[in-house]
Design a protein around this ligand. Structure first.
Ligand SMILES: CC/C=C\C/C=C\C/C=C\CCC/C=C/C(=O)SCCNC(=O)CCNC(=O)[C@H](O)C(C)(C)COP(=O)(O)OP(=O)(O)OC[C@H]1O[C@@H](n2cnc3c(N)ncnc32)[C@H](O)[C@@H]1OP(=O)(O)O
Length: 289
C-alpha cells in the first residue's frame, strides 16, 4: 500500500518536474535515483541511474526506475531509450545485497515482486532500448543490459559484465537464465552461469554478451548512432518482431510470478544462503583494506 502511494506521488512529482525543466525542446524529469533527459535524436530519452556509490538496485531505486520507464512508455513522442549510469566506473552493481540479507520474508517477497516488475517492463518494452555500459555490470546490472535491444560497452578492462550469482552462493533464477541463453546460447550460458563468469569487454564481445565495444569516451555517441539506425525501422514491424522473439520468455515468468516470489523468499531466507551473503558482504568490505 505504502509503495503504491509512493508510486502515485512520484509519478505526479515527476510530471510537474518534467514541465518545469523543459528548456530548448530538451526535457528532463528526475526522481532521486533516476534522471531522464530527452536530447539528441528526436524521440529519444537518456535514462541515467544515479544511486551512488554503485547503482545497486535498492527497492527505492527499482521503484523509481519502473516509474520512469512507465512514464516514458506512456509518452507517445518517445520511441527509444538509452540506458546508462551517472556513477563513475559503475553501470550497476546489480540487486542490492542489503535488500536480500538480514530482512524478513515479507520484505524479500516485496523486493522480488519489484525486481520481477522492472524486468518485465524492460524486457517487453515497445521502445528501442540501447544500453551504454559505462562501468562494471555484475548480475542484476548485466540483467538490465541484457533487457536492451543493443549493448555498447566501454573498452576498459576494469569493467566486467556477467551473471556472477554463483560466486555469491546464490542462483540466478530461471528467467535470468532464459535471457542469458537467448543472448549467448545454451553452452556459453551454461558455462558462464556455473562459473559466475565476469567477462572483460573483449570477452563479452566475443561471447555476445555485448554487441559492440568502443573507447570509453565514445560510448554515448555510439549508443546515439546505433539508436538512429534502429529508429529508421518502422515501429510497428520492429515491435511485432521484438514481441515475437521475447514473448515466450516473458510469459514463462508471467505464468508463475507468485510461485517465483515464494521460491525466492524461501531460498533467500535459508540460513546457509544468508551465511553465504554475509561472507560475500564481508569480502566486499575487506577489499577496501
Ligand atoms: C533451482 C533454483 C533455486 C533457487 C533460485 C530461486 C531464486 C533466486 C535466488 C536469488 C537470486 C538473486 C539474484 C541476484 C542478483 C544480483 O544482482 S546480486 C548482486 C551481485 N552484485 C555483485 O556481486 C557486485 C558486488 N560489488 C562489486 O563487485 C563492487 O562493489 C563493484 C565492482 C560493483 C564496485 O567496486 P568499487 O568501486 O571498488 O566499490 P566497493 O566494492 O568499495 O563498493 C562500495 C560500497 O557499495 C557496496 N556494494 C557493492 N555492491 C553492492 C550491492 N550489489 N548491493 C549492496 N551494496 C553493494 C559495498 O559493500 C560498499 O559498501 P561500503 O563498504 O562502502 O558500506
Amino acid at each position: 500500500m505504502a509503495l503504491a502511494a509512493a508510486r502515485r506521488l512520484l509519478l505526479h512529482a515527476g510530471s510537474r518536474l518534467g514541465r518545469r525543466e523543459a528548456v530548448d525542446g530538451a526535457r528532463r524529469f528526475a526522481n532521486k535515483r533516476v534522471l531522464v533527459e530527452t536530447e539528441g535524436p528526436a524521440g529519444v530519452a537518456v535514462m541515467k541511474l544515479r544511486n551512488p556509490p554503485v547503482n545497486s538496485l535498492s527497492l527505492e531505486c527499482l521503484t523509481e526506475f519502473t516509474i520512469s520507464l512507465e512514464k516514458l512508455e506512456n509518452d507517445k513522442s518517445i520511441r527509444g531509450v538509452i540506458l546508462t549510469s551517472e556513477c563513475p566506473g559503475i553501470f550497476s552493481a546489480g540487486l542490492d545485497l542489503l535488500e536480500m540479507y538480514g530482512r524478513n520474508p515479507a520484505h524479500y517477497a516485496e523486493y522480488w515482486k519489484n525486481v520481477q516488475e522492472l524486468w518485465l517492463r524492460l524486457y517487453t518494452s515497445n521502445m528501442i532500448l540501447v544500453s551504454a555500459i559505462n562501468g562494471a555490470s555484475p548480475a542484476g546490472g548485466c540483467l538490465l543490459a541484457l533487457c536492451c535491444d543493443y549493448r555498447v560497452m566501454a573498452d576498459n578492462p576494469k569493467y566486467t559484465i556477467g551473471l556472477n550469482e554463483s560466486l555469491l552462493g546464490i542462483v540466478a533464477p530461471f528467467w535470468f537464465k532464459d535471457m542469458y541463453v537467448n543472448t549467448i546460447g545454451h553452452r556459453e550460458a551454461e558455462r558462464a552461469l556455473q562459473l559466475g563468469t565476469l567477462f572483460s569487454p573483449a570477452e563479452a564481445l566475443k561471447v555476445g554478451v555485448v554487441d559492440e565495444v568502443v573507447p570509453e569516451d565514445q560510448v554515448h555517441s555510439k549508443a546515439r548512432s546505433v539508436m538512429t539506425k534502429w529508429l529508421a525501422i518502422p515501429d510497428h514491424s520492429r515491435q511485432l518482431t521484438k514481441n515475437m522473439m521475447r514473448k515466450a520468455t516473458a510469459d514463462s515468468l508471467i505464468k508463475q510470478r507468485e510461485a517465483d516470489i515464494q521460491n525466492f523468499t524461501s531460498f533467500i531466507s535459508k540460513d546457509s544462503i544468508q551465511k553465504s551473503l554475509h561472507m560475500y558482504l564481508e569480502k566486499l568490505k575487506q577489499k577496501k583494506g
